[in-house]
Design a protein around this ligand. Structure first.
Ligand code: ASP
Length: 439
């Protein structure tokens, strides 16, 4: 077996966490390739090393003295090194970093040093080879990740070594300069390494025991999702649920490698498995609930709309012309409604309205704001009778008015529109009927 293990910043924030991570790696010889993030927050209110590095770079850019912040960063690593009792000095590394920052090496270079240095510390601590991500992870001229070249070079490099530490979050541009992924991008590096190594599993270690069925800010201590498919995850992530960087799914999904989200502070917990497909039924009919506030609806009615060829296209054209993305389009015989993000829509609202009148000549047009959308997601829904009925009776019992219903064509989700003010109560009601009553 070959496992890739990625550890997030909170799992590597100090020596104590580092030691826990060391134990996790050593407890399973299959955990061969390690991808660390930069040290994260030790306590709430603390600053991540990545953010301190961005601060350094900003000061350097303004020609100001950044040595104080760099010293603070150095202190974070020195504390870890001392706490782990390893024989390592980062003196030379910090001299190079200070020089390069002073010479204008840029934002991405600065940010990447958090992972780079943590990788060196981790490799030393575990006594395994260190592979600089700049030598094996590549970007194209236009800034896109170069999957083919990376997979080839990294794949070859990994064949040469049984074990290695490869820092997350960055790689190299064609000219050799450093480029980072977007924030949280060490998750992507982990997935890229898993693909190149033909791993059996990509373990992503963080500070929670996997995905929860609902947002813990709304539901007190929600249950965990044991197994979720990539598609279900995408639906939930789109609606705001997040544990993993969205782009980290693609490299492993291509190879059919499952992701296992694990908790560094509770290593015995099996966490959540993210898989392509599974015969495992989820414990409840639904897999998860997520949602977002802040939508507007534009409802249009026109007699005989259903027989007018091209009507829907013309309406949607008015949104496209203003570069507005569309969320959902439920429709009736002579009516259709377009859901859009309020913050994207408001400033362009009148241009869209006049566009619709010009292109589609509706009889009635009505705009409403302050709507929330909730996605109830579950691969089990299509084979279970009465799911929709239960959702709506739960909402009716909670005296929540349903403003919109849309069932995704994959039968993987039901989207419900409610007033922003009813959002939390609606999620509570749906969670209660499916999870708490355990049917
Ligand atoms: N250290 C980077 C960040 O804070 C990348 C990561 O942690 O994945 O965004």
């Amino acid at each position: 077996m070959k496992k890739i293990v990625k550890f997030g910043g909170s799992s590597l924030a100090d020596a104590e966490h580092f030691a826990k991570v060391g134990q996790i790696i050593k407890s399973d010889p299959d955990r061969r390739y390690v991808v660390p993030s930069a040290p994260g927050k030790r306590v709430s209110g603390d600053t991540k090393v990545t953010d301190l590095l961005y601060q350094c770079e900003e000061l350097a850019g303004e020609g100001k003295d950044f040595s104080g912040v760099l010293r603070e960063i150095r202190g974070r690593y020195d504390d870890i090194i001392k706490g782990l009792n390893i024989d390592l000095s980062l003196e030379d590394e910090f001299t190079v970093i200070a020089k390069k920052l002073g010479a204008g090496a840029g934002r991405d270079y600065a940010a990447s040093r958090g992972e780079y240095l943590n990788g060196i510390v981790m490799a030393h601590y575990l006594d395994v080879p260190f592979i600089d991500a700049a030598e094996v992870i590549f970007f194209k001229e236009n800034g896109d990740f170069d999957a083919d070249r990376t997979n080839e070079v990294l794949g070859e490099r990994l064949k040469e070594t049984e074990r290695a530490v490869i820092p997350g979050f960055y790689g190299a541009n064609p000219d050799g300069s450093i480029r980072t992924f977007s924030r949280g991008g060490s998750d992507i590096t982990g997935a890229i390494v898993a693909r190149a190594a033909h791993a059996d599993v990509y373990e992503n270690w963080t500070d929670v025991s996997g995905f929860l069925i609902a947002d813990p800010r709304i539901i007190k201590r929600p249950r965990k999702i044991e197994t979720i498919t990539y598609l279900e995850l995408r639906e939930l992530a789109y609606m705001g649920a997040s544990v993993l960087h969205e782009d980290s799914i693609f490299p492993v999904r291509k190879e059919g490698i499952p992701i296992n989200i694990r908790n560094t502070n509770d290593p015995e917990d099996e966490g959540t498995w993210i898989v392509e497909s599974t015969a495992k039924k989820s414990k409840y009919t639904i897999t998860g609930i997520a949602g977002k506030k802040g939508f507007c609806s534009v409802s249009i009615a026109k007699d005989m709309m259903n027989s007018e060829v091209g009507f829907v296209r013309k309406v949607l054209q008015a949104f496209e012309d203003q570069d507005i993305s569309i969320e959902h389009v439920p429709s009736g015989i002579d009516t259709m409604t377009v859901f859009v993000h309020e913050d994207e829509f408001v400033s362009k609202e009148q241009a869209v309205v006049s566009g619709i009148y010009r292109l589609a000549k509706p009889d009635v047009l009505e705009i409403e704001s302050g709507l929330a959308l909730i996605a109830v997601v579950g691969r089990g829904m299509k084979s279970t009778r009465g799911t929709a009925g239960r959702i709506f009776s739960a909402l009716a019992h909670a005296r929540i008015n349903v403003r919109m219903i849309d069932q995704g064509s994959s039968e993987l989700n039901v989207i419900i529109g409610v007033d922003n003010d009813d959002f939390e109560r609606a999620i509570e009601a749906i969670y209660a009927i499916f999870v708490e009553t355990q049917i």
